[in-house]
Design a protein around this ligand. Structure first.
Ligand code: ARG
Length: 466
């Protein structure tokens, strides 16, 4: 039977049944080592665990294991030193490492792949990688939450206009506004923790899809690698990437929260608002307009959110048409996943730094809160406390607002006698309800914006992070 000459060192472990080599274009098209080499350390870690198990069940000898461990340590050192001979001819991270191991460890290296396939290998590596990425993301979310609490603490009683429809709605404290983002991030952290539970399962042992006839001990490998358990079905273990999709969904939500915050930062920094100043080190200038100082970091976080949302859709689309079990399509999960991790972690880190560079203009916030009759609802509720049905109180205050506007004044500037024309129940004490201070202080219930409540919420939040 005709067989092709394997060009020296270029033959792949699977080329035995082929009569000609892949074309150059096919080789380049199918190779993934350019990006999946990022999994190298996890690949080595998983190989060591697999080898120890093979030795424990008697498939390889003690000296084989020693040679494999030594060889893989050498491979790791070469990779760290940037001296590893990565080669596209060897397709992916797994084959590159196995080939070099065999060079270093001889026959022992050739024994390593017993009872496993690249299909369960790559699923394992990806899960190990993602587990570490989740841990890193969670630490960064926490750091950002701490930075938020510090800023909220400094501004527990700084009053700003709360908006709905981007129209002034009611006064709130800036600390309270910041704590809204704290809550979003707290849920993000919970989602990541929940996602981690499903990531942290061992696929190894599934082999190509159908398991192996060798007497493997999957629980031993799971324990060695710190997995909480094994993937219970070999076909599922190698084929689904829902764990990566789930992570991207979590990441997209974190980014979406940051993006909304960034949108506010951009608005607040605009002279139309003038609520905050961002330290120069977080801004950039214009190449033509000498006076410009732009909030580019905030804009980029907002912009990069689109990338992560895109990766989520890419992975969902990658998965949806695949028949069971493993298909090469899955190789395409890496770049979106890696970029989602990079984008998320960098955005979280830069965002926390940027928060520390925010200078708040209290005056501007408070004077904006005084516009737009922001305490109209307080007046209506004041009347309710005097026994007026809410719908009537609402109507009376609306009339008073119209009256104030027709005179170019704000509701809070009307004298009690003027207010009484619309709301006879208004007494001398009505003014306290109309001030910014009175307004925010009065909303002191659980989850409210009153400075005292905000301080209590911050204390509780700090405990939750400890
Ligand atoms: N590089 C491949 C991936 O990322 C490894 C698995 C290849 N398996 C195969 N049967 N061709 O998915």
């Amino acid at each position: 039977m005709a067989t092709y000459e394997k060009p020296d060192g270029k033959a792949k472990p699977w080329s035995g049944r082929f009569t000609e080599p892949a074309t150059d274009l096919v080789r380049r098209y199918t190779a993934s080592v350019g990006f999946d080499r990022r999994l190298a350390e996890h690949d080595i870690e998983a190989s060591v665990a697999h080898a120890r198990m093979l030795q424990a069940i008697g498939v390889i000898g003690k000296s084989d294991l020693a040679a494999i461990e030594k060889g893989l340590a050498q491979v790791r050192a070469e990779i760290r030193a940037g001296a590893f001979p990565w080669s596209e001819a060897h397709e992916d991270v797994h084959l590159n490492i196995e080939r070099r191991l065999t060079e270093l460890a001889g026959e022992a290296g050739k024994r390593l792949h017993a009872g496993r396939s690249r299909n369960d290998q790559v699923a394992t590596d990806t899960r190990l990688y993602l587990r570490a990425a989740i841990d890193q993301s969670q630490a960064l979310v926490k750091a950002l939450q701490r930075a938020l609490l510090d800023l909220a603490e400094a501004h527990a009683d700084t009053v700003m206009p709360g908006h709905t429809h981007l129209q002034v709605a009611q006064p709130v404290t800036f600390g309270h506004h910041l704590l809204a983002y704290f809550e979003m991030l707290a849920r993000d952290a919970q989602r990541l923790a929940d996602c981690r539970k499903r990531v942290n399962r061992l696929p190894l042992g599934a082999a190509a899809l159908a398991g192996t006839s060798l007497p493997i001990d999957r629980l031993m490998v799971a324990k060695e690698l710190g997995f909480d358990g094994v993937c219970e079905n070999s076909i599922d273990a190698v084929s689904d990437r829902d764990f990566a999709i789930e992570f991207c969904a979590c990441a997209a939500l974190v980014m979406t929260h940051l993006s909304r915050f960034c949108e506010e930062i951009v608005l607040w920094m605009s002279p139309r608002f003038g609520f905050i100043e961002l330290a120069d080190r977080f801004c950039t200038g214009s190449s033509i307009m000498p006076q410009k100082k732009n909030p580019d970091v905030a804009e980029l976080v907002r912009g990069k959110t689109g990338r992560v949302n895109g990766h989520l859709v890419a992975l969902l689309t990658l998965m949806k048409g695949q028949p069971l079990a493993y298909n090469r399509d899955n190789q395409e999960d890496k770049e979106p996943l890696f970029d989602a991790v990079d984008t998320l972690t960098m955005s979280l880190a830069v965002f926390a730094e940027m928060l520390s560079g925010i200078k708040v203009n209290r005056e501007a916030m408070e004077s904006a809160a005084r516009q737009g009759h922001a305490t109209a609802t307080d007046l209506a509720e004041y009347l309710v406390k005097k026994g007026v049905p809410f719908r009537e109180a609402h109507e009376a205050v609306a009339q008073a607002v119209r009256y104030a506007e027709s005179r170019g004044r704000s509701l809070a500037e009307l004298k009690p006698a003027e207010l009484q024309r619309f709301a006879p129940a208004a007494a001398r004490d009505v003014h306290a309800a109309l001030t910014l201070e009175g307004s925010v202080n009065s909303r002191s219930h659980l989850g409210g914006t009153a400075p005292a409540r905000v301080k209590a919420a911050i204390a509780k939040a700090r405990k939750s992070l400890a």
